[in-house]
Design a protein around this ligand. Structure first.
Ligand SMILES: Nc1ncnc2c1ncn2[C@@H]1O[C@H](COP(=O)(O)OP(=O)(O)OP(=O)(O)O)[C@@H](O)[C@H]1O
Ligand SMILES: [Mg+2]
Length: 271
C-alpha cells in the first residue's frame, strides 16, 4: 500500500509535544503492581509516574516481561494497581471505558464478520445511515475500500490490522492503546503500516499509547519514548524525539537517539 492516501485531506499542522500547554490527558501517579502467585509475590511495576498529553503519540519501550502490557491494562482500567492511581481527564480510572480502545498484535477481529461489520462493531447503537457513513470513512482512511465484503480469512495480516485500526478509530476514541500492534506482520508490511499509522494519527489526532520492544519502531513513531527497565518495571528515562516526520534514519541525531535507547536498555551501542 502507498505511504499516503490521495483521497485523504491534508493533515492539519500538529502542535509538537514540547509546545503543547494543554492539561495532561493521562496522569499515572506512583503506580505499583504485585501479582500474587501460589508460593510468592511477583513485583511487576514499581513507582511509575507518567503524564501523557492529549493527542500525543507516546511509545513504551522495554524488554519482554518488564510490565508494558500490565501498565497499559492498568491505564485502560482492565487491571487495578496495587498502589498509586491513574486519572484520565482528571477522573480516576476504575474500569474500562468504551471510548478507550485496545489494538493488539493478534488483531482481535471476528472471523465470521466481514470487514464492513468488523469496522462497525462499536457503532451498533447508532442509526444505520450514520453507521454506514462512519464505516465508509474509516474503511477509506485505512485504505480498505473495495474489501468491505471480504472476510478476515480472505485478507492479509496487514489488512487485518487495518481493520482493527479502523474499528478502533470508528468510535472516536479518546485514547488508543496499541500493544505491539505490528508485531505479527512481516518487516516490509510493518514499515508500510508505520507510515500509515503516522498519517492517520496526524489526521485524526487521537492520543496513542504504543507498546513495542523495537527500538526503530519507537524512534519512527513516538513523540516521546518511555524506556522501561527489566522487572520490576520502572521508568528508566523518558526520551523526547524532536525529529520531524518522516524521520530520516540516516542522520546523526537519529543515531544518537538510537544509541541512547540501546544504552538505557542495557545492550550497548547500535551504531
Ligand atoms: N495476571 C497475571 N498474573 C500473574 N503474573 C502476571 C499476570 N500478568 C502478567 N504477569 C507477569 O507480569 C510480568 C510482566 O508481564 P507483561 O505482560 O506486562 O510484560 P511485557 O513487558 O508486556 O512483556 P512482553 O514484551 O513479553 O509482552 C511477567 O513476568 C508476567 O508473567
Ligand atoms: Mg506485552
Amino acid at each position: 500500500m502507498a505511504e499516503t492516501n490521495p483521497k485523504a485531506p491534508a493533515a492539519p499542522a500538529r502542535v509538537p509535544h514540547q509546545a503543547r500547554t494543554a492539561k495532561s490527558k493521562v496522569e499515572v501517579r506512583g503506580v505499583t503492581k504485585l501479582f500474587q502467585r501460589k508460593s510468592d509475590t511477583l513485583e511487576v511495576l514499581r513507582g511509575i509516574d507518567l503524564s501523557v498529553e492529549s493527542g500525543e503519540f507516546l511509545c513504551l519501550l522495554g524488554p519482554s516481561g518488564c510490565g508494558k502490557s500490565t501498565l497499559l491494562s492498568i491505564i485502560g482500567g482492565f487491571e487495578q494497581p496495587t498502589s498509586g492511581s491513574v486519572a484520565i481527564d482528571g477522573v480516576e480510572v476504575q474500569r474500562p471505558d468504551p471510548r478507550r480502545i485496545f489494538v493488539f498484535q493478534e488483531y482481535g477481529i471476528f472471523p465470521w464478520a466481514s470487514v464492513w461489520d468488523n469496522v462497525g462493531l462499536g457503532l451498533r447503537e447508532r442509526p444505520k445511515e450514520e453507521q454506514a457513513h462512519i464505516i465508509r470513512r474509516y474503511v477509506d482512511l485505512v485504505g480498505l475500500t473495495g474489501f468491505e465484503k471480504a472476510y478476515p480469512a480472505e485478507i492479509s495480516g496487514g489488512m487485518k490490522q487495518r481493520v482493527a485500526l479502523a474499528r478502533a478509530l470508528a468510535v472516536s476514541p479518546d485514547i488508543i492503546f496499541m500493544d505491539e500492534p505490528l508485531g505479527a506482520l512481516d518487516s516490509l508490511t510493518r514499515l508500510q503500516m508505520r507510515g500509515e499509522l503516522l498519517r492517520i494519527w496526524q489526521q485524526e489526532q487521537p492520543t496513542i499509547l504504543f507498546v513495542t520492544h523495537d527500538v526503530d519502531e519507537a524512534l519512527q513513531l513516538g513523540e516521546r519514548i518511555v524506556v522501561m527497565s527489566p522487572r520490576p518495571g520502572r521508568i528508566a528515562e523518558i526520551v523526547p524525539v524532536d525529529l520531524d516526520h518522516p524521520r530520516d534514519l540516516g542522520t546523526a541525531a537519529y543515531g544518537r537517539l538510537k544509541n541512547r535507547l540501546y544504552e538505557l536498555l542495557g545492550v550497548g551501542h547500535a551504531v
